[in-house]
Ligand binder design. Sequence first.
Ligand code: ADP
Ligand code: MG
Length: 321
Amino acid sequence: MAQKGDEFLFIDRIKNLFADIDNKECKGIGDDCATIPISPDSSLVVTSDMLNEGVHFIRSAIPAFDLGYKSLAVNLSDIAAMGAEPIASFLSIGFSKEIPALWRDEFMAGYHSLSKEFGVALLGGDTTSTTGGISINVTAIGRAKSSHIKLRSAANIGQDIYVSGTLGDSGVGLQMILNGRWHQREMIDAHHRPRPYVNEGVWLGEREEVGAMIDISDGVASDLRHILRLSGVGAIIDNIPTSQIMDRACKEYNLNREHLALSAGEDYRLLFTVDREQSEQLADSYKKQFGYAPYKIGHITAGNELLLVDTPLDYFGYIHD
Ligand code: ADP
Ligand code: MG
């Protein structure tokens, strides 16, 4: 696709085309994962993501191990964003002929290390060749009590908006990679090895005071807008949490901190809304549980606008379809 906008129009057309087929209680197309009820009170959630060489990654810039890790991480992040626990994945991969066996093994070692960390079985996939470049498709499956599943459409006016970590580290990391500043390890690692918030996602799923949830793949400027559109609400962002190391890099290289934090994407933090009366208490118990606090970035309002303090936000997230 040429642009993210085109991609969304295409997905809408796909959804309309398939509206004539009974979905048999399943829900799909439009959230981080599809949901498939498997018993009166539990569901499977399923997500699928594709990474193409030259579009989503530059092979010479990312170690094979990290790419294997990241290919699964972005899918576990979508499972977490539903409030579900990951159980298994499928991996389909197309290699061009010049990819050495060692590269393939390193890729799988990275994929395995994250699978092992969260006990996610690899249940199948496909291995094939391409006429050029590497193409990776991962499908991940999770499960949750149906009442714990957090949808993008569940934000309510007055709720506070939180993110599970600082914003923009990955985007600055990408800038460092593109400019060959390899000594900026921490931010480059944030870009290459995004940590999926697996345990946090399950924990947040269990909390009734949590409304909508999404993971930040394209940047808050795009991903929060998905919540606003599907929930029929607006939002004000009044705090943009960034790491000290990101702040320093932005000063040193004259980068736009706010713009990168809200639109560069690939942070894979969880963004979630919480009933205002319980939000401080939730942030406290989150901190007790995980050893760090989530960041409040704003709140949900009536209407449909996204404001940065008092000005409409006039840009979107990263276009990397
Ligand atoms: P995310 O960033 O959370 O992975 P995307 O923006 O990639 O979500 O996709 C938005 C929604 O559209 C998801 O529910 C996804 O499953 C669905 N979708 C994307 N491409 C297709 C496709 N080719 N066919 C069916 N559904 C699709
Ligand atoms: Mg997502």
